[in-house]
Design a protein around this ligand. Structure first.
Ligand SMILES: NC(=O)c1ccc[n+]([C@@H]2O[C@H](COP(=O)([O-])OP(=O)(O)OC[C@H]3O[C@@H](n4cnc5c(N)ncnc54)[C@H](OP(=O)(O)O)[C@@H]3O)[C@@H](O)[C@H]2O)c1
Length: 302
């Protein structure tokens, strides 16, 4: 039977450690602070969950909801203000932003020292160069899952499918820094199955429901499924979950269900895997909290 890598338990352990660090900083008169900037309805739930996690761990948080009509220039002024405030250690610009706002310009305007999302090119460069940096939360969470589950990384062949700036590329770089031999695949990769079948650790960050099928997986491999896809079509449901009574109940109740980039049948031949939901996704907020405390310490030279 494959081992299920429990993102919920790992996230809880990380949050506990972060809470202890926050307490230790409080004893020195320091309270890490996170500014959450977001104003699109689609992002409000994410902002709320992050603010709630801050409250649980003793991190100061400030939710800023500028009007929909805000211009790029006004957002830049807002970010400049946050960059200058000493009680703010982390700034998160929640995507998506209103369509008329230039998201890249804004992300680049966040001070790299406060870039807790790890998206700023300075932090990407520092990550690439193996210098201390704020790494993007989801890829950092992947490493935590592997390490805390005692899955060896050094010398293993890690195949990452996906090369986005926020998941695939940084995940590959972090795995390389842990001494994995890394292959990065993408939509132009020839014979993808021949690549993925070589993986001791297979990271799927594609954005296509159940894309990785059993014949693409080496038996016993560790599968990290980053995908988060909500499916609503009955045909798609049948392709992925036929005969799964628990999923059937969810689908019937909600008219949708969440599925990763890996077909459930592929998990059956793995040695260990992260489920969806309950896997990588659970780590993202915990790593954001961890990055906020890290930013607070790094800025003060601690
Ligand atoms: N768990 C979490 O907290 C979390 C966080 C972020 C994202 N996600 C999920 O992770 C998934 C990926 O997110 P993302 O932001 O990295 O997506 P993205 O920016 O759309 O990138 C998808 C990547 O997959 C590659 N790809 C697409 N079709 C492919 C194919 N047929 N064969 C091989 N590669 C293919 C693309 O290749 P090209 O570069 O060649 O186009 C691209 O590099 C999504 O499901 C997203 O919802 C989860």
């Amino acid at each position: 039977m494959p081992r299920i890598l429990d993102g919920v338990a790992i996230a809880a352990a990380i949050k506990q450690e972060v809470a202890e660090e926050v307490q230790a900083l409080a004893a020195r008169g320091i309270r890490p602070g996170l500014a959450l900037v977001g104003n699109v309805a689609a992002s409000q739930i994410y902002v709320r969950d992050k603010a709630q996690a801050c409250a649980e761990l003793g991190i100061y948080s400030e939710v800023i909801t500028p009007p929909e009509s805000i211009t790029t220039e006004q957002m830049l002024a807002l970010l400049a203000g946050l960059n200058a405030r000493d009680e703010i250690d982390g700034i998160l610009v929640q995507l998506p932003l209103p369509a008329h706002v230039d998201a890249k310009t804004l992300l680049d305007a966040v001070s790299p020292a406060k870039d807790v999302d790890g998206f700023h090119p300075v932090n990407s460069g520092r990550l690439f160069a193996g210098r201390p940096s704020l790494a993007p939360c989801t890829p950092a969470g992947i490493i935590e899952i592997l390490k805390r589950s005692q899955i060896p990384i050094s010398g293993q062949h890690a195949v990452v499918v996906g090369r986005s700036d926020i998941v695939g590329k940084p995940a590959a770089m972090l795995l390389l820094h842990q001494n994995a031999t890394v292959t990065i695949c993408h939509s132009k990769t020839r014979d993808l199955g021949a690549m993925t079948r070589q993986a001791d650790i297979l990271v799927a960050a594609i954005g296509r429901p159940g894309f990785i099928t059993p014949e693409m997986v080496k038996p016993g491999a560790t599968i990290i499924d980053v995908g988060m896809n909500r499916i609503t079509s009955r045909d798609e449901f049948e392709r992925l979950f036929a005969g799964d009574a628990r999923r059937e109940a969810t689908f019937a109740r909600r008219g949708s269900t969440l599925v990763g980039d890996v077909h459930p049948k592929a998990f059956e031949i793995s040695g260990a895997y992260t489920p969806v939901p309950g896997g990588v996704g659970k780590l993202t907020i915990a790593m954001l909290m961890s990055n906020t405390v890290r930013a607070a310490k790094m800025r003060r030279g601690l």
